[in-house]
Design a protein around this ligand. Structure first.
Ligand code: HXC
Length: 283
């Protein structure tokens, strides 16, 4: 889909890049010529991922940093610039989430998610933006949000819904404010892309999974490569005029609220068409 040098000359930090979608994006960016930094809390995972990512022959470094710590994030950027040169792109991917009835949440549980998702994204964005602005050079920020960040919110994941909505607001606010510095800020709202982190926490049984799959019109989950391709496009020079945008990639899941969509689940499409014909004949 892309030329092998699509991201050549870029150095991109992916938070939470040691596993899941973060690692898939890191892999795609590396395959397209970018130098890569990944950060996270679990050194073992980061180390393994770094070895994997080196297969493309670019520079890859890992940083054992919790994005909740503003000072440590600042030190990481300094270290990464010393290791790899100027950081030209940032993907705020690190997240935390769990299912809970909201009345049973502890303040600590709410805070943990808001700290990782909202404060973590701010911490990285603030340091990254300041470096680019001082350097008088353009940059790219990509925030990974969710389909429930925009309109609906979601039951049972209140801290995540509040935090991701905040990250989306940050995306649009900064897209305008930092356009003057040549810094683009976009978001991707992924629907269901299986990862160990999300699946074990959010889809704990086969029954949950079956119900979930049934509400995706495409009839399947997303593949990591599909999301990584979109991320690469938004981070590349093929999208220089796109900023403040949130691209949903969910096989149509978000559209399930359509008023008459439910009829599709009542019977086969063939039977439905027969009924529609009968209704037409009745006038
Ligand atoms: C209720 C919980 C809880 C749970 C933790 N807490 N798990 N409350 N139900 N399942 C509460 C604890 O009791 C504690 O509150 C507070 O949260 C902090 O918990 P710790 O374990 O001490 O914190 P920490 O080590 O920082 O862990 C953060 C975490 C953890 C988010 C809670 O699960 C984690 O590290 N997750 C990272 C990976 C992850 O979540 N991946 C999924 C991302 S998927 P008290 O009151 O005791 O202090 C995603 C996309 C969604 O975000 C898309 C859906 C398809």
């Amino acid at each position: 889909m892309f030329k092998e040098d699509t991201l050549k000359g870029q150095t991109i930090l992916i938070t939470g890049g040691g596993s899941g979608l973060g690692l898939s994006m890191a892999d795609k960016f590396a395959s397209l010529g970018a130098n890569i930094g990944i950060c996270g809390r679990t050194e073992k995972k980061l180390k393994k991922a770094t070895e994997e990512l080196k297969k493309y022959g670019n520079e890859v470094r890992y940083y054992s940093v919790d994005v909740r710590d503003y000072e440590k994030v600042g030190e990481m950027f300094k270290e990464m610039i010393a290791d790899l040169g100027e950081v030209t792109g940032l993907v705020n991917n690190a997240a935390g989430n769990f299912l809970s009835a909201s009345e049973d949440l502890s303040p600590g549980g709410f805070k943990a998610i808001v700290d990782i998702v909202l404060h973590g994204s701010f911490n990285c964005t603030h340091h990254f933006g300041n470096h680019r602005i001082k350097k008088k050079d353009k940059g790219n920020i990509l925030n990974i949000v969710t389909t429930y960040a925009e309109d609906s919110g979601s039951a049972f994941v209140l801290p995540s819904a509040c935090s991701k909505a905040g990250v989306l607001a940050m995306t649009r606010s900064l897209a305008f404010e930092w356009a003057t510095y040549g810094i683009r800020v976009n978001a991707i709202a992924p629907g269901p892309f299986p990862t160990e982190g999300a699946w074990t926490r959010l889809l704990p049984s086969k029954k949950f999974e079956k119900q979930y799959l049934e509400k995706i019109p495409a009839g399947r989950y997303g593949e990591h490569d599909e999301l990584a391709n979109l991320a690469a496009f938004l981070m590349s020079d093929m999208a220089p005029y796109i900023t403040g945008e949130c691209v949903t990639i969910d096989g149509g899941e978000k559209l399930s609220a359509g008023q008459f969509n439910f009829v599709d689940s009542l019977m086969s499409r063939g039977k439905l068409k027969t009924i529609f014909k009968m209704l037409k004949m009745k006038g």
